[in-house]
Design a protein around this ligand. Structure first.
Ligand code: FAD
Ligand code: 2HG
Ligand code: ZN
Length: 476
């Protein structure tokens, strides 16, 4: 157990026996992994903040195999940790104790793509970037884009209801996922894999699985609505001298760019310092307290460029923006995006990371960072803020040379109380996982949490799916 996040007690699940191993080896020959080196990375999360001690990794290839695994585990009362690309940031993707790791890595087939409707149907273990490449060749794109695209799986994205860099334009997975298939704890296959835009036949059960973080079922396939690939993409990287000016730039930008705006992201000067220090990235403009990444995506290059330039002219002449650079060519676009996307990677080099993923009224989001900086003083190594301005979502990160329980006690519950005061969300897009489950009441009323508990008992009565995660301990 991890003392920094409360003392978690192992629940009375069975432990894996030789007979269990024989069963799995027969079911998944060569895909039942017990090699300690391979298990090491699957037991450790991306920021190396939590570590489980699972001794078995299962790599099914089909829904049928997932079903057989879960039926067996449910009967035997063996706990299971569903895992995608293991890029989750809340300690949900790795076991807490010896839960069996069920990986979707080999469930990576595209099942169909309809060129007319733009509907893609695929297995849950497809890597997001591979799907993006597949679609781009066909004139389409995925409706979501995350910095972790090279590793994260679409099933993991759906299980966490991941937001990312394009949510502003294409909305959340709650609107773009049209159907899904999930295997329930007892092995039953729930096939809601419809590929229809409209379907009001009873309750929309797929929504239960979107954002359920592996606690209600294993998502095995999804169908998702994909937009056309835009003909023209532009990226602007701008500097602002205050957060107030950044907000005004956002307002101006929304007004002037309208339907072609596809992302509006920000980072602060402390984030920039980490990019420079650890990743040797070069700031493309003069030093500023705040930086903005704006992306436009549209169907007419000349029209989009004209709009972008007239916006930039207005922003510069009214001194909202102090400096800026624009890219239309792919390699420069990538380089500008790296200044935003690679911050989590830079942070990893700065020590132990305490991550907070907060939704707030947009005008409040940087005050949280400054208040936290002041509150912690020199107890923290760095306090940085960046994120999805367009979605009202800030990523507050606190670093320290090593894991530091006293520092954690200074951050929490301060950060959650601060958030609740403005009726924000304590998890905008990463989920609750292991680290945040006991703080759910800062964002949800007790009645809602109780219903969540009922749903969990109904779908997973023995509690084998991702135990210790998402739901608070008090429900046990
Ligand atoms: P994992 O990390 O393996 O698992 C995450 C959770 O989903 C776990 O609880 C797991 O049990 C469950 N799960 C995984 N697969 C399944 C399945 N098939 N069925 C049921 N449950 C399952 N997140 C954002 O929202 N927006 C971002 O912009 C963003 N950027 C990121 C950038 C970086 C560099 C990194 C490292 C992470 C980022 N994340 C972001 C967080 C993370 O990438 C997302 O949460 C992602 O959706 C997780 O996908 P995964 O396949 O890695 O899932
Ligand atoms: C992002 O937007 C991710 O870069 C990661 O959601 C946020 O590392 C974080 O705090
Ligand atoms: Zn994010």
């Amino acid at each position: 157990s991890d003392p920094a996040h409360g003392t978690v007690q192992r629940l009375p699940f069975a432990t894996i026996s030789q007979q269990d191993l024989e069963f799995f080896k027969q079911l998944l020959p060569g895909r039942t992994i017990t090699d300690p080196d391979l298990l090491e990375s699957c037991n450790t999360d991306w920021i190396k903040s939590v570590k489980g001690s699972s001794e078995v990794l299962l790599r099914p290839q089909s829904t049928q195999e997932v079903s057989q695994i879960l039926r067996y585990c449910n009967e035997r009362r063996l706990a299971v940790n569903p895992q995608g690309g293991n890029t989750g940031l809340v300690g949900g993707s790795v076991p807490v104790f010896d839960e069996i790791i069920l990986s979707t890595a080999l469930m990576n087939r595209v099942l169909s793509f309809d060129h007319v409707s733009g509907i893609l149907t695929c297995q849950a273990g497809c890597v997001l970037e591979n799907l993006s490449n597949y679609l781009e060749e066909r004139g389409f794109i995925m409706p979501l884009d995350l910095g972790s695209k090279g590793s994260c799986h679409i099933g993991g994205n759906v299980a966490t209801n991941a937001g990312g860099l394009r949510l502003l334009r294409y909305g959340s997975l709650r609107n773009t996922v049209l159907g899904l298939e999930a295997v329930l704890a007892d092995g039953k296959v729930l096939n809601c894999l419809v590929a229809l835009r409209k379907d009001n036949t009873g309750y929309d059960l797929k929504q239960l699985f979107i954002g359920s973080e592996g606690t209600l079922g294993v998502i095995t396939a999804i169908s998702i609505l994909c937009p056309h690939k835009p003909n023209a993409v532009n990226v602007a990287f701008l500097g602002c001298s205050s957060f107030q000016q950044l907000l005004e730039t956002f307002q101006c930008c929304r007004g002037m760019l309208g339907e072609i705006l596809s992302a509006f992201e920000f980072l602060d000067a402390s984030s920039m310092k980490l990019l420079e220090k650890y990743l040797k990235l070069v700031n493309p403009i003069t030093e500023s307290p705040f930086y903005i990444v704006i992306e436009t995506a549209g169907s007419n290059a000349a029209h989009d460029e004209e709009k972008l330039h007239s916006f930039l002219e207005t922003a510069m002449s009214s001194s909202l923006v102090t400096d800026g650079t624009v890219a239309t060519e792919e390699s420069k676009i990538k380089a500008l995006w790296a200044m935003r996307e690679r911050i989590p990677e830079a942070l990893r080099h700065d020590g132990y990371n305490y991550k907070y993923d907060i939704s707030l009224p947009v005008e409040k989001i940087y005050q949280l960072v400054t208040d936290m900086r002041e509150h912690l003083g020199d107890r923290a190594k760095n306090v940085i803020g960046y994120g999805h301005i367009g979605d009202g979502n800030v990523h507050l990160n606190v670093t320290s040379p090593t894991k530091d329980p006293a520092l954690l006690a200074a951050i929490e519950p301060f950060v959650y109380e601060w958030t609740a005061r403005f009726r924000g969300s304590i998890s905008a897009e990463h989920g609750l996982g292991l680290k945040k489950k006991n703080y759910i009441h800062f964002s949800k009323p007790p009645e809602a949490v109780a219903i969540m508990g009922n749903i969990k008992s109904m779908l997973d009565p023995r509690g084998i799916l991702n135990p210790y995660k998402t739901l608070p301990d008090c429900l046990r």
